[in-house]
Ligand binder design. Structure first.
Ligand SMILES: Cc1ncc(COP(=O)(O)O)c(C=O)c1O
Length: 433
């Protein structure tokens, strides 16, 4: 879009009456996802295993091994270990790098709660850091500010498939001798500076749950290149797999692991292998649709698309996110979503809260996860994260479209331009009256 076209789109959108107030709907095309995630032919390998009477493989051979090798090849690491959830992968990874009771792990507050819960599972303390509001990913300068003598690891999240500033974060981790774990649960197939996401840190963790770009229904996988990390993750949560240990430590567990059982389901991995095989094509389609959406919003001053860093390629996505660039205090997100729905645009509000404010991660709540910790840290100060907090109630969501009519995407963008334009004008009128 040229600047002239952008200005005229803004003017046109603002001049139209909102659909919620009886005006014309902005979206006439169908914004339905047309891609069929579940194909019957993907069930064939599972059916075959059922016929052979093979419903689990605790040894980690056969399809489990095939999946792990394919996943490691995707990320470019030497090893991968499949698990039954992304949370299991995160817990195993933190355990493998030596995070234990009383340690601190720095992670962003803007993420799914499992990123932080995994830290508590190790008896350690999550220390929440800021995100950069332009990218929604962890801010390296703020990570550095939060390092103390007790910090053991940095745990970053490539949220919504957007790669973090990994060169800067890795440098900080290396300079301070800290472990670096990547939560890549949204970012299958993402790349930063020519290197796959998941291969920058000591261990990369991916959820394979539900709607993830590689989906086992429920599942997870951790990738790394150090054999010792694989062995420790096996020791923690993979009973009867000690024969697959590859490092020099060779824990002698005689089939007895350390407690949790994180074995992946054979059928889930057979299923996940199908989306893994199509990942490149599906990511190409998601990126194309993301670019169409961003391009259609160019010049709209009240909305921005989180920036992709130079040298970064998004992957996975999980959801498309847009930030309303109006102070949250001056509009109501529920009202905005209602107005957008009336236009025919299926926007929803963001489902991520702010973990640093959740009672589960604070001292003394009725069900505080402090209960899981062997050392209780009563000295943890209440923290405020102004940048993260400023985004609360300002983020909008669309599905991470694979196959949708291009006109529907453009019309959704137009609907947003129209609705935010009206909200901004009302705000201006209110403040000047
Ligand atoms: C950022 C992030 N980390 C971790 C997880 C946990 O993955 P799982 O649900 O597979 O345990 C999720 C799940 O959606 C996630 O979004």
């Amino acid at each position: 879009m040229t600047t002239v076209e952008q200005a005229s789109a803004n003017r046109g959108a603002r001049a139209e009456k909102l659909a919620i107030e009886g005006g014309p709907k902005a979206v006439s095309a169908s914004p339905q996802e047309r891609w069929k995630t579940i194909r019957l032919r993907d069930l064939v390998p599972i059916a075959k295993h059922v016929r052979w009477g093979l419903i689990t493989d605790p040894s980690g051979q056969g399809p489990v091994r095939n999946f792990e090798e394919s996943f490691a090849a995707l990320v470019g690491t030497r090893h991968a270990l499949a698990m039954n959830s992304g949370t299991a992968a995160l817990h195993s990874a933190l355990f493998a790098v030596g995070v234990g009771p009383g340690d601190e792990v720095i992670l962003p507050s803007y993420t799914w709660h499992a990123t932080a819960s995994a830290v508590l599972c190790c008896g350690a303390n999550p220390v929440f850091c800021e995100i950069d509001p332009r990218t929604l990913t962890a801010d390296p300068a703020d990570i550095a500010r939060r390092i103390t003598g007790r910090t053991k690891a940095i745990l970053i999240v490539h949220v919504w498939g957007n790669p973090c500033r990994m060169d800067a974060i890795k440098q900080i981790a290396d300079e301070h001798g800290l472990a670096l774990i990547e939560d890549c649960s949204h970012a299958h197939g993402a790349v930063y500076q020519g290197r796959a996401i998941g291969s920058w840190g000591d261990i990369g963790c991916f959820s394979l749950q539900g709607g993830k770009a590689v989906s086992a229904g429920e599942g997870g996988v951790a990738v790394c290149s150090k054999p010792e990390y694989i062995d420790r993750m096996v020791a923690l949560g993979q009973p009867v797999r000690s024969s697959t240990m590859i490092g020099s430590e060779k824990f002698d567990l005689a089939g007895v692991n350390l407690g949790p059982k994180y074995r992946a389901h054979l059928f889930g991995l057979l299923w996940a292998g199908r989306s893994l095989a199509r990942l490149e094509e599906l990511n190409r389609r998601r990126r194309r649709n993301w670019n169409i959406l961003c391009d259609s919003l160019a010049g709209c001053e009240e909305v921005y698309a989180p920036e992709t860093l130079l040298g970064a390629i998004r992957g996975g996505f999980l959801e498309f996110k847009l930030v309303v660039d109006l102070p949250a205090a001056q509009f109501d997100m529920d009202e905005m979503v209602k107005a957008l729905k009336a236009e025919g645009a299926p926007f929803t509000s963001d489902r991520y809260g702010q973990l640093h404010r959740r009672s589960q991660f604070q001292k003394g709540g009725p069900l505080t996860l402090d209960l899981l910790r062997s050392t209780r840290d009563s000295s943890r100060p209440e923290i405020s994260l102004p940048e993260t907090e400023s985004l609360q109630g300002r983020i909008l969501t669309l599905p991470a479209y694979i196959d949708v009519e291009e006109s529907a995407l453009r019309q959704c963008a137009y609907a947003l331009r129209k609705v935010v334009g009206h909200f901004a004008t009302r705000r201006t009128n209110k403040t000047t009256s």
